[in-house]
Design a protein around this ligand. Structure first.
Ligand SMILES: CC(=O)SCCNC(=O)CCNC(=O)[C@H](O)C(C)(C)COP(=O)(O)OP(=O)(O)OC[C@H]1O[C@@H](n2cnc3c(N)ncnc32)[C@H](O)[C@@H]1OP(=O)(O)O
Ligand SMILES: O=C([O-])CC(=O)C(=O)O
Length: 378
């Protein structure tokens, strides 16, 4: 067995997957053979979920029954709503609240007792988890504003229904489409850290709720999904100080800090999702008659590219896109989780189908064997 350490598992091949293919040099992302550009332009989030979970795009009848099943699973139990309310009262971070509430969902899932690797049960559980995450998040946001949760509506699509539950009014078509596209763009991305974490959990034959809960915890870090919130905090800080964004970045780089939203383990060029989200950010600014957030972002992108040769990742332009949609900044990462739950579940289904415990090893560099001394003699 090779004894070379691959820190961060960079480049290590650990599984086969039929889900997403990434060309990091060409900046291409493909879900089950369909480019992200085609899917973002033509498919809804529900279609993409179906594609990831079932292998093919649905026809109209399949899509209608899939949508119906998803929409019918949106409501969450009062016990979960009580937890969400208590966490909001305790000023919990939204990602932590989501992690706790998703974990609690297993307590009322009708398939909770089934064999953890039962595919049909997992498809039902996966639909329920994915359908309920928006309800949990919107209820959390409203609770911390001192407002009652708004019940989900079955007649709205997944994306539009979330915005409705969050804001209390139906989004217009533009906002609903931008948000749906963002969900499509974030749905899957190979063996990223949170997906891998879900797979490690599933590989012990733990259940789907545990795998998704592990993944939510992993996504929240600032090197992963947490970066979208950090990006907006930088833009806001620069704006509040009426500073030049390039000066902010120059100083951050001089101090050895990382610029959130830049760099990627897999892409050596601009992330194809950042291209699409950048366009969304620009058109939202255009529509509002205020291109400030987009232009600040572009100035940072150009400078970081020239100085460090680093390109934006998916988190960079999602930040100004969500901001211009009026979404609270600390919901950006939970919204990432709302979408990525689809990918996590798809990878976990693959893992259960051809399972082997995931268990790498580390090289021991601690002390040599030594004599044990009882505590009273130490
Ligand atoms: C959805 C997602 O998860 S996308 C990623 C979201 N995360 C971020 O945006 C946080 C900022 N980015 C980063 O920290 C990194 O680019 C990561 C974590 C995404 C990828 O990390 P890795 O592949 O492990 O690259 P690594 O951390 O080894 O960095 C390589 C070099 O680029 C530099 N670098 C990488 N990203 C950045 C950045 N955003 N700002 C400044 N320097 C950076 C590192 O300092 C390092 O330089 P060095 O070799 O001189 O020490
Ligand atoms: O793939 C990764 O390392 C990070 C990730 O989740 C993404 O870019 O969507």
């Amino acid at each position: 067995m090779a004894d070379e350490i691959r820190k961060g598992l960079e480049g290590v091949l650990v599984a086969e997957s039929g889900l997403s293919s990434i060309d990091g040099d060409a900046g291409r992302l493909v879900y089950r053979g369909y480019t992200i550009d085609d899917l973002a332009a033509g498919a809804s989030y529900e279609e993409v979920l179906y594609l990831l979970w079932h292998g093919e795009l649905p026809d109209e009848a399949d899509l209608a029954s899939f949508r119906e099943a998803m929409a019918g699973a949106r409501e969450v139990d009062d016990a979960v709503l009580d937890t969400v309310g208590a966490l909001a009262d305790a000023d919990e971070e939204p990602m932590a609240a989501l992690r706790t509430a998703v974990s609690q969902l297993s307590s009322t899932d009708p398939d909770a007792e089934r064999d953890p690797a039962d595919r049909e049960a997992n498809l039902r559980k996966g639909r329920r988890i994915t359908a309920k995450i928006p309800t949990i998040l919107a209820a959390f946001e409203r609770a911390r504003r001192g407002e009652e949760p708004i019940a989900p509506r079955e007649d709205l699509a997944h994306a539009a229904n979330f915005l409705y539950m969050l804001n209390g009014e139906e989004p217009d078509d533009v906002l609903a489409d931008v948000f749906d596209q963002a969900l499509v763009l974030h749905a899957d991305h190979g063996l990223n850290a949170s997906t891998f974490s879900a797979m490690v959990t599933a590989s012990t034959l733990a259940d789907l709720h545990s795998a998704v809960t592990s993944a939510i915890g992993t996504l929240g870090g600032s090197l992963h999904g947490g970066a979208n919130q950090d990006v907006m905090e930088v833009l806001k800080e620069v704006d509040a100080a009426e500073a030049d964004p390039v000066d902010w970045v120059t100083e951050a780089l001089e101090e050895g800090r990382r610029i959130p939203g830049f760099g990627h383990r897999v892409y050596n060029v601009k992330d194809p999702r950042a291209v699409i989200l950048g366009e969304q950010s620009e058109s939202l600014g255009e529509a509002a008659g205020d291109r400030k957030w987009y232009e600040m972002s572009v100035a940072i992108e150009e400078y970081v590219k020239d100085e460090k040769g680093l390109a934006p990742n998916v988190d960079f332009y999602s930040a100004s896109t969500y901001y211009q949609m009026g979404i609270p900044i600390d919901l950006y990462t939970p919204i990432f989780a709302m979408s990525r739950s689809g990918g996590w579940i798809a990878h976990v289904l693959e893992q259960y189908e051809d399972n082997r415990l995931i268990r790498p090893r580390s090289r021991y560099v601690g002390p040599d064997e030594r004599e044990f001394v009882p505590v009273e003699d130490r």
